[in-house]
Design a protein around this ligand. Structure first.
Ligand code: PMP
Length: 387
């Protein structure tokens, strides 16, 4: 059989037909992205068949790991923060301006990429306990990486405080070119605006406005707030649900109106780190980006590390999807929400990044899937054991 001449009918076309794409005709002017910025946004929505079939619902996931050159929703945020700073006259390309940020990874990677594309440098402060593949990637992406105290230790040398101070030191130093700009993803509202202006409207368009719930975790809260602010006015009956890893204080805030229960108040307040192997989501304080949409969050689902680890393996086994920890948390919470809403409902969630960024931490614990298929039921994942 001559494989080179075999007529393929497997490639989907935009009109929903099954005709093969005419590959030679694809490069019209409109298909050309100008720089990495052109690759940001307009990510596809994937129906997760295994979860949808098992629950009799539709679980749709926005493939945010396909964003830009930074491969996470933070590409949208980086572009938004940099563009707003340029419009405010704070950043100017090619005069030596440097962008400073405190981050556990994704935001730094996206900032490093968009910064270089726009004529800036990036200096990223991250806790020393973050998975090393993220700091390695940042160095290759041309950023300066400063690893500081573990995330659990909150003082003036904590990663966000260090980034803020470094930006000021840069601006104050007459021997350094340009200025230092502290991007400040937690408090900078250009973060949630990116999601209100792009992620939310994209979800609305991709679902034709037919969705019953939006489920996502919160690190800065930008995604949850921004999407909620975009969709709630159009879909007042749609539920906004927080997916929260173990140890995060947000769950209690949504469920009971207080960040900490009175009995654990003191101990938890001092322990700022969310005690979970899940990086990027879960937080024990309210940020400007979380506050922006907090009033629109209807419910919260708590997800244990064990549930996230099992879901991550499930997604590989059943979907061929190798995702990071926060994506797995989102999928557990989305499936639980769908099950609660009942058959026939449609729930949208986010796949934030690839498992490749979590090899040395989350996936080390999750283990290899190859040759070691484990048969656990969806109920076992959703209801957890020993929870
Ligand atoms: N997943 C990962 C891997 C992240 O790094 C982050 C952001 N820190 C999130 C999810 C949460 O997004 P947001 O900051 O918009 O709440």
């Amino acid at each position: 059989e001559d494989h080179t001449r075999r007529k393929s009918s497997i490639w989907p076309t935009t009109d929903g037909g099954n005709d093969p794409r005419k590959l030679g005709d694809a490069s019209t002017q409109e298909d050309v992205s100008v720089g990495v910025e052109g690759l940001i946004g307009n990510t596809p929505l994937i129906k997760l068949r295994s979860l949808s079939d098992a629950l009799g619902c539709e679980i749709l996931a926005k493939a945010e790991f396909l964003n830009g050159a930074g491969n996470s929703p933070k590409d949208r945020v980086a572009l938004s923060m940099i563009t707003h700073a340029e419009e405010d006259g704070i950043l100017q390309p090619d005069r030596g301006d440097t962008i400073y940020e405190g981050t556990v990874g994704s935001t730094g990677i996206s900032l490093a990429s968009v910064a270089r594309a726009r004529g800036y440098k990036a200096h990223i402060c991250m806790p020393s306990d973050v998975a090393t593949e993220k700091s390695d990637l940042l160095l290759k992406l041309g950023a300066t990486v400063e690893r500081v105290l573990p995330a659990s230790i909150v003082d003036q040398n904590q990663f966000v405080n260090t980034a803020r101070r470094r930006a000021q030191e840069h601006t104050d130093d007459p021997n350094k070119p340009g200025r230092g700009f502290f991007a400040d993803q937690f408090e900078n509202t250009a973060n949630y605006l990116a999601h209100q202006e792009t992620t939310g409207p994209e979800i609305y368009a991709q679902t034709d406005g037919k969705l019953d719930a939006f489920v996502a975790g919160a690190g800065t809260g930008g995604t949850l707030s921004g999407v909620a602010l975009a969709l709630k006015p159009l879909l007042p009956d749609m539920r906004v649900v927080l997916a929260d890893p173990q140890g995060s204080g947000l769950y209690n805030k949504i469920k009971y109106g207080v960040m900490f229960s009175p009995t654990e108040a003191e101990g938890t307040r001092r322990r700022h780190q969310v005690d979970s192997i899940v990086e990027g989501i879960g937080i024990n304080r309210l940020t400007a980006n979380m506050n922006a949409g907090l009033h629109l969050v209807d419910d919260a689902v708590k997800v244990t590390d064990e549930q996230a680890l099992k879901m991550a393996r499930w997604l590989v086994e059943k979907e061929g999807l190798f995702v990071g920890a926060s994506s797995a948390v989102n999928c557990v919470a989305a499936a639980r929400t769908a099950r609660e809403l009942g058959r026939g409902k449609r729930v949208v969630t986010i796949l934030c990044d690839s498992g490749a960024r979590h090899l040395s931490k989350f996936w080390k614990q999750a283990g290899d899937v190859g040759g070691k298929e484990e048969e656990f039921s969806l109920e076992e994942i959703l209801d957890g054991s020993g929870q």
